[in-house]
Design a protein around this ligand. Structure first.
Ligand code: TXA
Ligand code: MG
Length: 345
């Protein structure tokens, strides 16, 4: 199969919608990361997503809707505080886990009785759902376990030959995935930190629980959080602030090719992405504001892989606001959160 990348204009969107209506899959931009979409209500169509990504069938997908009115098609027993969240954060990077309706086939929810729903803010995503006339199930458009794609080129690197069409809407704005909140629990539980921060959620909901990545309950409630994820091919090491260069230095001395990821404020007089010929060291300077850091994160991991580093040393950042989502992705990329978890293929 030849994989085409088309600028996401109205003609390309029409074609993409046609593919969705005929039970095919299409990659498209959202404000968080690129998604790999299919008709969420069609069992056969949804299976194609799992196949293309090599994703285990028990890892449920997020269902994307164009308008709040589509919510009751896929979710039921909606608690009133959900409407408060919707009013504040939709369209946007917030995914709500709710009881599912009969319309949603088990394959979409990995066999769970709940469904994860979000209304994306990206105009291309929104238009695609409207033109398709159905809710679109879409995980991130990467191969299972790899860093999520924030450009059409990233999608192509992972899925070339496996899907028909990639809609190119440029680099994504947020760069990390949506926040997933289980609204069937009281208090609600954040299953995955993301584009909407815990602070913002607490502002609306009051009490919210955050599961730590090592919490076994997290694995049970959100199957997708079980495996090593978002991972570059290189080994990823997380170190304390200020320690990356010395850790990297000793790795280089042992003969390794090393990438270092630091926030800009930490170093002086160094240029990003420049490889010191003598030392086999590539330093990636990340922006000091956390929004820009998030936007660059997955692209930097992919770039360092492409440059053949064996180890990536990343300095911890503060776990507040978007920093929580960034640290979550780094931890999951660095190791298996559970010793008995299978590795992604
Ligand atoms: O920003 C995003 O959320 C992107 C874009 C494309 O919308 N999508 C995305 O999908 O990140 P994915 O499949 O990579 O991650 C979906 C997460 C997984 O951790 C999965 O376990 C969780 O949502 N999830 C989906 N349905 C669930 C459910 N019914 N109950 C609990 N967790 C669920
Ligand atoms: Mg994903």
């Amino acid at each position: 199969m030849r994989t085409e990348i088309l600028p996401a204009n109205e003609a390309a969107l029409e074609r993409a919608a046609q593919i969705i209506r005929s039970a095919g899959v299409v990659a498209f931009p959202t404000e968080t990361v690129y998604g790999l979409g299919a008709n969420a209500l069609n069992d056969q169509a949804v299976r194609k997503i799992f196949h293309a990504k090599e994703r285990p069938l028990d890892d449920p997908l997020i269902v994307h809707i164009a308008h709040t009115q589509q919510l009751t098609l896929v979710a039921c027993h909606i608690p009133s505080r959900v409407w408060d969240l919707i009013e504040r954060f939709w369209p946007g990077p917030l995914t709500l886990v709710l009881p599912k309706t009969e319309r949603v086939p088990p394959v979409t929810t990995g066999g769970l009785e709940t469904v994860a729903v979000r209304a994306p803010a990206h105009p291309v995503a929104k238009r695609l759902i409207e033109l398709s006339g159905v809710p679109i199930a879409a995980p991130s458009a990467n191969l299972f376990g790899r860093p999520s794609p924030t450009t059409a080129q990233h999608v192509w690197e992972d899925l070339n030959g496996r899907i028909e069409l990639i809609l190119d809407g440029g680099p994504t704005l947020i760069g990390v995935e949506s926040t997933v909140v289980d609204m069937t629990q009281d208090p609600p539980v954040v299953l995955r930190p993301g584009g909407v921060t815990l602070e913002e959620l607490r502002d609306v909901l009051g009490e919210v629980r955050l599961l730590s990545p090592s919490d076994r309950e997290a694995a049970r409630r959100s199957p997708g959080t079980r495996w090593r994820h978002y991972a570059p091919r290189a080994k990823l090491l997380i170190v304390e602030p200020g320690q990356a260069e010395s850790v990297a230095g000793s790795l280089v001395a042992q003969g390794h090719r090393v990438g270092v990821v630091l926030q800009k404020s930490e170093v002086r007089g160094q240029q990003s992405g420049v490889r010191d010929q003598r030392s086999e060291l590539i330093v990636e300077l990340m922006p000091s504001d956390v929004q820009s850091y998030a936007r660059r994160l997955f692209a930097v991991l992919r770039e360092l892989d492409a440059r053949g580093v064996e180890v990536i040393v990343v300095e911890k950042i503060a776990e507040r606001g978007l920093g929580r989502a960034i640290m979550d992705r780094l931890r999951r990329a660095s190791a298996l959160p559970f010793d008995n978890s299978p590795s992604p293929q």
